[in-house]
Ligand binder design. Structure first.
Ligand code: KG4
Ligand code: ZN
Length: 344
């Protein structure tokens, strides 16, 4: 790699849950984004923390190596290493953190500790070398929906964010994954529900909304509602799930998406923001993407949807956060430790 870029080559590392990822950002543009998924959890119906940490340990060196090679960058070219400090599974976070710290120490370069949920928002600023995409203007709203979080975030500047609404219990991704489990669909169920729902009738089955004030959400009641719905229907037809899977998935998905966007619409009204975005694993959902575009038209807002690659966990978004922090010299100390829970 040409040394003129020397000042701004950031390696990003993500290991908060069950994906090991490394990415290289040169002058704010992404040159590689390698993700190793962990299939080991599928048969357990959810992420097994012990197995996740072990898989991260096996994956981290080859994933980083591949990311550097794809970007045509040598370790000695790096300006800084950004890594996920949290939130996430502690054992998983420890692998990425320890790797970033020791690699940076050996190279004598700074480390940057990144907040995973802020990084999901920063996915909207990732550009490939020849891309010149339109990015959201500040302040903007981002509905960040993942396996562990559901938040409406007001983004005031690249690093200044405030949560103005969030789930008081389960996350939207969890609502998808748990419903999928009840339908006998493998983990992670969200993408499969999305796929099965494509040919289903979303108006066939109705669910009710929980009463939660303001911009907050609740998904734990929906999980129980769905379980009783399946039990009740299966009493008269033991093949109910198999015979109606497409309509069940479409109706359930539509219900979750409408609920998510109902509160986002309220947030638009309250804040007057003109740019709206979605981020996090659930933002890969086709119904959510489709309905957000409609909401944008109804409210006269500009809509921002990340490309699929940058919706689910990836290190490019960590490197992007790292880029914004690097500009402000917000470096971490070598004694930094990962945190399972951490405020935005
Ligand atoms: O952001 P992410 O990769 O990891 C966390 O930080 O949690 O999000 C993972 C979540 C899982 O719950 C997964 O089922 C959900 O995102 N997900 C989807 C879709 N793709 C991923 N949910 C609904 N539809 C999808 N297409
Ligand atoms: Zn995530």
């Amino acid at each position: 790699m040409n040394n003129m870029y020397k000042d701004n080559i950031i390696l990003g590392i993500e290991s908060s849950c069950d994906d090991t990822s490394a990415a290289v950002l040169i002058n704010g543009k992404v040159y590689s984004n390698v993700v190793a998924n962990q299939d080991v959890h599928t048969s357990y119906g959810g992420v097994v923390p012990e197995l996740a940490s072990r898989a991260h340990q096996q994956n981290i060196v080859p994933v980083v190596d591949k990311a550097l090679k794809q970007a045509n960058v040598k370790a000695t070219d790096l300006s800084a290493i950004a890594f996920t400090k949290g939130p996430g599974l502690l054992g998983s976070l420890m692998v990425g953190t320890a790797f970033a710290k020791s690699f940076a120490l050996g190279l004598n370069i700074p480390i940057i500790d990144v907040h995973h949920m802020k990084a999901h928002v920063h996915a909207h600023f990732i550009q490939k070398p020849n891309e010149n995409l339109k990015t959201p203007n500040f302040p903007f709203l981002c509905l960040t929906v993942s396996g562990g979080h559901t938040q409406i975030v007001l983004i005031k500047s690249s690093l200044e964010m405030a949560i103005i609404g969030e789930t008081i219990d389960d996350a939207a991704g969890e609502a998808f994954d748990k419903a999928a489990k009840q339908l006998g669909i493998d983990y992670p169920g969200g993408p499969l529900i999305d796929k099965i729902a494509k040919d289903g009738d979303e108006k066939r089955f109705k669910f009710t909304y929980p009463k939660v004030a303001g911009l907050n959400y609740s998904f734990s009641g929906l999980k129980t509602q769905f379980l009783y719905f399946l039990k009740e229907q299966s009493k008269s037809n033991s093949n109910f799930i198999e015979e109606n899977k497409k309509d069940i998935c479409a109706s359930y998905q539509s219900h979750v998406v409408n609920y998510l966007l109902k509160k986002l619409a309220l947030a638009i009204k309250q804040t007057g923001c003109k740019d709206i975005a979605i981020a996090g694993g659930v933002s890969a959902n086709s119904k959510l993407r489709e309905e957000l575009i409609k909401l944008g038209l109804q409210t006269n807002c500009n809509v921002f949807i990340p490309s699929f690659e940058f919706c689910t966990d990836n290190a490019a978004m960590i490197a992007m956060s790292g880029y914004f922090m690097y500009e402000k010299k917000l470096f971490a100390k070598q004694n930094v430790t990962p945190q399972a829970r951490i405020n935005i």
